[in-house]
Design a protein. Sequence first.
Length: 92
Amino acid sequence: MQMEVNFAGGLKINSTYKGFTVKTDQPVDEGGTNTAPEPFDLFLSSLGTCAGVYVLYFCKERGLNTQGLRLVLDFERDEKAHRVTKIAIRII
């Protein structure tokens, strides 16, 4: 399998995989045009949605009602080091 990453101008970077294109950009204050999520935001989103599918499978396999089910990601950043130091996923 192969994923293609291309540069769409400015700070826009897109990836194409399995027929889907995921577009990214940077905020205006970082030199982008804010037309799409930042790549790191998509990384956090992918963690949440990946965890979410396993929570959903868990509930469905046990016949649990999933109405109103949701996950919330809380994360802490070290602004000086420019990195996330902690991610917690709550199932609600």
